[in-house]
Structures are given as structure tokens and as C-alpha cells.
Design a protein around this ligand. Structure first.
Ligand SMILES: Cc1ncc(C[n+]2csc(CCOP(=O)(O)OP(=O)(O)O)c2C)c(N)n1
Ligand SMILES: [Mg+2]
Length: 432
């Protein structure tokens, strides 16, 4: 009798509190009648006689891990990662270069020099923190707003700008819109615009790694909280978990999917809540804190290479407009933007941390900004002068043998260009 009432008290507590309590306080073998836990093929769980629907309030919110406070102070000394000076400075320099590149390329779109651009403001901490924790061999699948990851990995500003200008040095040969970067050498899969396409692809690549003998690589897949509403996201989560893939699914939750705020994008406790429910190791982290992101990804990497897939939800704020096709003041207040620019600025936080450690000062800041800005401006001017790829490139590289239909279109184009030669600035294009 005593045993029975003790068990029902535990059952009561477990239903009133979090799922974590549920798993620790109830003997999983026995239900409240002293019987064995149900063992359906689809669920092994205790029986209960009290009918209760669970909802988002049945669980505590998943906490947000951080290392630094808003002043750049380490909150708990033993959480401070042991990063050498060079790594810390590389992280910070990538952030500053990214800011300068964003500023100038955004303006260059406004001046009609490129067709489109997307800035990364507010998300720099997630970029450099995650990139620094990966091995250069790890394969990156990005969405589009992760340029700091690419810079830290080693993609040069020259390569990035050549892509945006679609000149003949762009590895994509001018076929993509700006910001669709990729690099075979640096293990960065080319970005594609349809949201979430990269997610099942990343999990598939991770599965291929798993099947490779002596694999010590993992895949990291970045995606926005908006993209997480796509069916492909669920397919990716489920394949990652059920096939035990060496993958880190990294959600950048920046609060918006263009004009849709996250409050309208999903219900429940964000993207992280989906992780444990789908069998993924999960953590929610302060994405404005580069050191917290570093720690989370370093640990996630250790798990992933042992074929334990991980979901990370990094919380931040998209400070800039969605893209050059958007004006975000139409759907959010200037005060809201200001709050995230000043108090929760990831670049500022890391800078304060470096200053406290004696690794940075006002002078180094000024010279880095000037150096980065000048380099971006010069590179942009050079990129603009470079020739565009030969027009025939647009018909090539898809089929090994060009189908007749395409061959016909190519010949029609050739005739057209010959006939109306004076209307096309062919001198700006590469010769065959
Ligand atoms: C399948 C698909 N639907 C819609 C779009 C248009 N679109 C481009 S970006 C975007 C918002 C994505 O938001 P999120 O994933 O949160 O990334 P963020 O822009 O915030 O970095 C939308 C709806 C698209 N590119 N692909
Ligand atoms: Mg978003």
C-alpha cells in the first residue's frame, strides 16, 4: 500500500513538472499498479489512469546556455573556453571584416552595381563561434546568412565579392544570384535559395561519412527558424536521428523569416523543443555570445563524430533588413532594432572580452576597420572591372552530353548575338 501511494505521488510530480523529471523519478519498469511498463512497438511508457493532454506549458522552457554577459565578462570561470590568442583574434577579425563587407556591398546594391545582397548583422557570434569549433575537413551546408562561417573557414573577401559580381572568377560562373557562395577546396557546399533543400542533403552527406571507414568528419547544416517550418526540416531531423548520422543541425533563430516574426512561424518552445522529441541531442545557446556558441559546437562535434546527431538552436536577432528587397521598418519598430544593436551586440561582446584580456584596444580597432574597409572597396572596384563569363557557360555543366534541345537554344542565341551585335556589350564578356 505504501509503495503504491509513493508511486502515485511520484507519478503526480512527474506529470506536473518537466519531462526530465518524468524520466528520473519513475521506475520505467513499473506502472502505478505495480505492473510492467507498456511495451508497444511504437512506445515504451508507463500506463496512467488520469487522462491528461500535454501542451507547451507541460514542460519548462529549454534554457539558453551562455558564457559571457552583455559586458563581455565571463559569468562562470570554468565555462571559459581555452582558446589561444590567435584563434580569438581570428574570430574577432572575421566579425569586423564581415561587418565592413556587408556595409559596402549593401550600398553597392543600392547604387545598382549588383542585383541583390543580404547582410549578416546581429548573427556574427554564431558564425565565428561555430566555425572556430569545427575541423577544416567538416562539410558545411549553409542557408545564405552565414558569411562569417565562410570567412573564418578561409574564403577570401575577393572570392566572396567575385561571386556577388558574377564575374569570370566566380566559381559558379555568374549563374547564381549574389550570396550563393560555395567552395570545393574549403568543404563548403554551394548555397541554394529554395529554403531547407540543404537539410536532407546535409544529413545524406553525413550518412555517407558514417559509411566511410575511419571517418572523423562531421557535417554542419545551418538553417533559419523560418526554414525549419519546411517539411524538409522534419525529414532531415528524422533521418539524422534514425540513421545516427554525424551531423550538427544548427538553427539560427534570428526572430524573423522576412516579415514573419517567430511568434507567427511556430508554436511551442522553439526549434530546440523538436530535438529531444525526435531523438536528437539538443542544446539552446545564446547566439550573440561567440564563446558559448564555440563551447556548444565543440561539444556537439565530439558527439557528432561518434554518430550522435545534434540539434543546436542559437538565439539571436536579425538586425538588418531581410535582404535588399525588404524594408523591415514596415513590420518592426526602430526601438526593437536598437535594443538588439546596443545591448546584445555580439561583436561588441567579444570585443569587450578581448579588451579585458589585453588582446585588443581602441587603436587596433580603428586600424582593423580602416584596413578592412579599404580592402573591400578596392576588391569591389576590381571585381567590377573583371570580365563576365562567356555567355555559352549558361548552357554548360549541367549535362555531360548537351541534349539536342539545349544545343538548339545555344545556336539560336549565337545567331541572335551575331545579328544584333551592336546591342550587346560583348567586350565585357570572356572570349571563348
Ligand atoms: C521554399 C521557399 N519558400 C520561400 C522562400 C522565400 N524566402 C526566402 S528567405 C525566406 C525567409 C527565411 O527565414 P529564415 O529561415 O528564418 O532565415 P533568415 O532569413 O531569417 O536568416 C523566405 C520565406 C524560399 N526561398 N524558398
Ligand atoms: Mg530567421
Amino acid at each position: 500500500m505504501a509503495l503504491r501511494s509513493g508511486l502515485s505521488l511520484l507519478r503526480y510530480i512527474s506529470l506536473r513538472t518537466s519531462s526530465r523529471v518524468l524520466s528520473t523519478h519513475i521506475n520505467p519498469e513499473i506502472n502505478q499498479n505495480g505492473e510492467k511498463t507498456a511495451e508497444f512497438p511504437g512506445a515504451k511508457a508507463p500506463y496512467v489512469t488520469e487522462m491528461k493532454f500535454l501542451n507547451e506549458n507541460s514542460y519548462e522552457s529549454i534554457p539558453i546556455y551562455r558564457v559571457l554577459d552583455n559586458n563581455g565578462d565571463v559569468i562562470l570561470a570554468n565555462e571559459e573556453p581555452t582558446l589561444d590568442k590567435e584563434t580569438l583574434l581570428n574570430m574577432y577579425k572575421s566579425m569586423v571584416q564581415l561587418n565592413q563587407m556587408d556595409k559596402i556591398l549593401y550600398e553597392s546594391q543600392r547604387q545598382g552595381r549588383i542585383s541583390f545582397y543580404m547582410t549578416n548583422y546581429g548573427e556574427e557570434g554564431m558564425h565565428v563561434g561555430s566555425a572556430a569549433a569545427l575541423s577544416p575537413q567538416d562539410l558545411i551546408f549553409a542557408q545564405y546568412r552565414e558569411v562569417g562561417v565562410l570567412l573564418y573557414r578561409g574564403m577570401t573577401i575577393t572570392e566572396l565579392i567575385n561571386q556577388c559580381y558574377g564575374n569570370h572568377e566566380d566559381p559558379g560562373k555568374g549563374r547564381h544570384m549574389p550570396v550563393h557562395y560555395g567552395s570545393k577546396q574549403l568543404n563548403v557546399v554551394t548555397i541554394s535559395s529554395p529554403l531547407a533543400t540543404q537539410m536532407p542533403q546535409a544529413v545524406g552527406a553525413a550518412y555517407a561519412f558514417k559509411r566511410t571507414p575511419d571517418n572523423d568528419r562531421c557535417v554542419i547544416c545551418y538553417f533559419g527558424e523560418g526554414a525549419a517550418s519546411e517539411g524538409d526540416a522534419f525529414a532531415a531531423f528524422n533521418f539524422a536521428a534514425t540513421l545516427d548520422c554525424p551531423v550538427i543541425l544548427f538553427c539560427r533563430n534570428n526572430g524573423y523569416a522576412i516579415s514573419t516574426p517567430s511568434s507567427e512561424q511556430y508554436r511551442g518552445d522553439g526549434i530546440a523543443a523538436r530535438g529531444p522529441s525526435m531523438g536528437l541531442h539538443t542544446i539552446r545557446v545564446d547566439g550573440t555570445d561567440a564563446l558559448a556558441v564555440y563551447n556548444a559546437v565543440a561539444r556537439a562535434r565530439e558527439l557528432a563524430v561518434k554518430n550522435k546527431p545534434v540539434l543546436i538552436e542559437a538565439m539571436s536577432y536579425r538586425v538588418g533588413h531581410h535582404s535588399t528587397s525588404d524594408d523591415s521598418t514596415a513590420y518592426r519598430s526602430l526601438e526593437e532594432i536598437q535594443k538588439w544593436t546596443s545591448d546584445e551586440n555580439p561583436v561588441q561582446k567579444l570585443r569587450l572580452y578581448l579588451e579585458r584580456k589585453g588582446l585588443w584596444n581602441e587603436e587596433s580597432e580603428k586600424s582593423l576597420i580602416k584596413e578592412s574597409r579599404d580592402f573591400v572597396v578596392r576588391t569591389m572596384q576590381d571585381a567590377e572591372k573583371k570580365k563576365k563569363p562567356h555567355w555559352k557557360e549558361m548552357f554548360e555543366d549541367v549535362y555531360y552530353d548537351m541534349p539536342l534541345k539545349l544545343q538548339k537554344q545555344m545556336h539560336e542565341m549565337e545567331d541572335h548575338l551575331r545579328k544584333y551585335e551592336e546591342h550587346y556589350p560583348m567586350e565585357n564578356y570572356e572570349k571563348e
